[in-house]
Design a protein around this ligand. Structure first.
Ligand SMILES: *[C@@H]1O[C@H](CO)[C@@H](O)[C@H](O)[C@H]1NC(C)=O
Ligand SMILES: *[C@@H]1O[C@H](CO)[C@@H](O)[C@H](O)[C@H]1NC(C)=O
Ligand SMILES: *[C@@H]1O[C@H](CO)[C@@H](O)[C@H](O)[C@H]1NC(C)=O
Ligand SMILES: *[C@@H]1O[C@H](CO)[C@@H](O)[C@H](O)[C@H]1NC(C)=O
Length: 342
């Protein structure tokens, strides 16, 4: 068994055998958004995307990434899923933008471009009857159009951690960009809904076919609502933004209470942060990991061996960007002509 819970999530789930933790190097930083703008080369804003290399702007639901990919940037070579988030920029006093560097999570420092640390969680209390997705499943959490707490309340599980130490967790949290300098950078976390309607692999908003437990925490065995009765693994993204080079008062905006970071979609508050997922595990490997009798994450807590690849191997998997444009350096506007909103 490789309870990879490790340092970061272990404080939450007390690292029993109920979590798969994986490091996913960046596959590409590109202006595509396969779920929200399928087929569009030059989506409204820039993303970082990780996972299987069958990724493209279209991602027709009839195509199986597990069959079309030849490599993945993630820890488990049987996982050709794709995971993506927006990217963060720093806005200087002179109005130009610089992309904020990312770093890999603890233990994944060599991940290319920092990437995304992805967790698949089974409830600690009752890890039975978890349906580990189906081919064609996709979902997202959060929405780039959200700009205030009222609208954001439709979503759950999206927040910011001001890193005091690299392993700061469950404290120094906020629903928006921290309004003060964070000594070790900013961690953004997206928990995905762990309840599914059991029928639809997707929905028009990519969100309505999934939902949240009726009470308390999925991890504590909370039941799913009758509308979405099927428990799925809870997916969690962690992304660490290395804002340290900007931790100088002279670089921060002069107006008190404001901060200099902005998402690639123009949101300088942070309520619009979002993440996307397309399932792409192959060979029934994820189902086996979660199965009740022989799974390493199920109640049996069996020893099981999932193939793993090193980060050195994973970073050999890469892609060309489909939209050629400047995304780094000091930019007058962010890619797509996006500017920070007041
Ligand atoms: C994406 O890949 C699929 C499958 O290979 C292909 O049919 C489609 O044309 C590709 N889309 C783009 C925009 O390249
Ligand atoms: C804008 O400000 C940044 C940060 O101080 C600086 O590095 C950059 O050179 C400036 N650009 C211009 C055009 O002045
Ligand atoms: C929040 O945003 C929504 C639309 O995004 C808007 O309709 C609503 O008035 C806003 N609420 C507040 C309190 O600003
Ligand atoms: C972190 O939280 C502690 C306790 O609330 C607080 O004293 C400290 O100032 C916070 N630090 C940062 C950098 O947010």
């Amino acid at each position: 068994m490789f309870c990879l819970g490790g340092l970061s999530l272990s404080m939450l789930v007390s690292c029993r055998n109920n979590v798969l933790k994986m490091s996913c190097s960046q596959l590409v930083v590109d202006r595509i958004d396969p779920l929200v703008n399928p087929g569009v080369l030059g989506s409204p804003h820039l993303h970082q995307l990780v996972g299987g290399n069958s990724l493209n702007a279209t991602m027709d639901p009839n195509n199986n990434p597990g069959e079309l990919s030849t490599c993945t940037t993630c820890t488990f070579p049987d996982d050709f899923s794709n995971y993506w988030t927006a990217v963060m920029y720093f806005r200087a006093r002179n109005g130009t933008y610089k992309r904020v560097k990312q770093v890999g999570a603890i233990g994944s420092e060599t991940a290319r471009g920092g990437g995304i640390t992805v967790y698949y969680l089974a409830p600690h209390k009752d890890p039975t009857n978890i349906v580990p997705f189906r081919d064609g499943f996709r979902m997202r959490n959060g929405d780039s159009s959200v700009r205030n707490a009222t609208s954001a309340s439709r979503f759950q599980g999206i927040d910011y951690t001001c890193l005091v130490r690299e392993d700061t967790r469950y404290t120094n949290r906020s629903a928006t960009f921290p309004d003060h300098m964070c000594p070790m950078g900013i961690l953004t976390t997206i928990y995905f809904p762990p309840c599914w309607d059991g029928i639809n692999l997707d929905s028009p908003d990519h969100y309505s076919h999934v939902s949240w437990p009726t009470e308390a925490d999925y991890n504590d065995g909370a039941p799913c609502p009758a509308t979405h009765p099927v428990k799925i693994p809870q997916i969690i993204f962690e992304v660490q933004w290395d804002t340290r080079e900007f931790n100088t008062p002279e670089l921060w905006p002069e107006e008190p209470g404001t901060q200099p970071f902005v998402w690639s979609f123009g949101d300088a508050k942070g309520y619009g942060h979002h993440g996307d997922y397309i399932f792409g595990w192959t060979g029934g490997v994820l189902s086996k990991a979660f199965s009740d009798d022989e799974g390493c994450l199920g109640p049996g807590n069996m020893l099981c061996e999932l193939n793993m690849q090193s980060i050195e191997k994973a970073i050999q998997c890469m892609m060309e960007t489909s939209v050629r444009e400047e995304v780094d350096g000091w930019l007058e506007k962010m890619p797509g002509g996006v500017e920070a909103e007041p």
